[in-house]
Design a protein around this ligand. Sequence first.
Ligand code: ADP
Length: 554
Amino acid sequence: MEERKNEARYEAMLNQLRLANSELSAALRAAEEENRAKSSFLSNMSHDIRTPMNAIMGMTSIALSHIDEKPRVLDCLQKIQTASTHLMDLVNDVLDMSRIASGRMTLTEEAFSLADMVHDITIIMRPQAAQKHQAFHLEVGQIYEENLIGDPLHLRQILVNIIGNAVKYTQEDGTVHVTVSQHPEQEAHTVQDTDRRIWLDFLCEDNGIGMSQEFLQKIFEPFERVNTAAINRIEGTGLGMSIVKKLLDRMGGTISVESEEGRGSRFHVSIPFAPAPAEERPLPAGQTVLIAESMDSRAQQIAEYLKDGGMDPVRLQNGMDAVTWLAEAQYENRMPCALLLGQELNDMSALDMAAHVRGLAGAEFPIIMIAEADWVQIEYRATRAGVSAFVPCPLFRSRLYAALSELTSKAQRSRSDHTGKPLDYGQYRLLLVEDNEFNREIAIELLSQTGVQIETAENGLLAVEAFENSPEDYYDLIFMDIQMPVMNGYDAARKIRQLPRKDAESIWIVAMTANAFVEDIRLSKEAGMNEHCSKPIDPDRLLEILRKRLSYNQ
Ligand code: ADP
């Protein structure tokens, strides 16, 4: 009897030991796996860092030994530039990954406009696709809510990664098609549901080189890239997709990929957001709006938006018909409240049409151009032709209403008088806050080309003092470095915002920093800064900021 009891006890102990043993083996396997992943991460990293570093060092030596041969030096410098951009991407990606993995990445909950987001993406991606002569379409499907609450910077990071890959891994003359829409289930929502989630669907399809089914299994793992000669020639770190997946997991979103080698890929991303209240704008309800556009689908969409806003659309396809219609309307004193000028007219260019109408209808009449074009590129010609405002495509209701509301309301009409002015920043003054002499010199060199007056401060405290001791509205803009001795840029921005003077709130403060992570952008926003510009400074980005702020003031 006693013997049998002991046997049972031994058996139970043995089972416990077996269990502990298998748990220990599982833990050991996990630790080994983690270790293996870490070592392979490190060896991948050092390989990936070494490759561009070798190019930089090699090209620098070649340039130095041929210093008098300008074309050769130029070629070396261009290669150094490419390699250093790659290195920068790699460092940013790795740091981003480690932030997400260590839980240091926080998601923001802020109101943002889907229209702004989509247009930012278009501005970033279209030139890249154009460089490869690809057909790049960004379409907006059914959107019921344009104002959302979520983390716009991380959303942008996800989309730029996926669409950037589509462009990168698609041959010249290929096609990249992106569609943004709202999940159909949201269509029949009931109002005032505070927990309501808006699911946005992003579809990105390309007819590029595609991936094998085998590779698709590991596409979200760090450093994984399709290992073919064609891919190895294309710049990349193999970290983008893994960052995208991690971000989506944190945001409660999903991603799925279908792909076929040689035929193309299709990425489908769904992300939930909370709805934000829409901005109410006064619209010229009951008034006629003339649409001149020969593209049927576009004209229909514009007409629908106008009707929803209580306006009365009249649509004409030809430029000459529209000019004649307007001339008669003027004669009969029944002018529409605005002209919406499309991209395509059957018989004349949109800009010629604008010039005709401006001559006919006088300086105050709102002419709004709705087009796919890159506004920065046509702005000069279009404003001279008489266009008062531009609404980019894909067309969002909020953008159209904002332009109509602004231009048709009297207060803004006087501003539209100035749209024909040439851009000259000579009358503006900015404060450049930067402790590093070399960086200061570069920024001055880039900024002074616009004629803008520049004053400098060497740290945050001196900047606050300069601002405090200047008359109100003395500065139009402040470029603020972040890491500085005595007082850093965040504290300086906060101090300036707290000063008891009218322009303390309105002065534009632009962060200039070596840190390029979304987290830093969030911090600079929290410190009260309006824009963010990362170093090394991109001259186009600087000009864009000046244009955005200073032209608006003109
Ligand atoms: P990379 O920096 O290499 O682009 P990613 O993590 O963004 O890294 O992507 C991982 C790999 O997945 C890429 O190297 C490429 O082989 C493959 N890939 C991603 N997107 C596409 C696409 N649209 N078409 C074909 N291959 C793709």
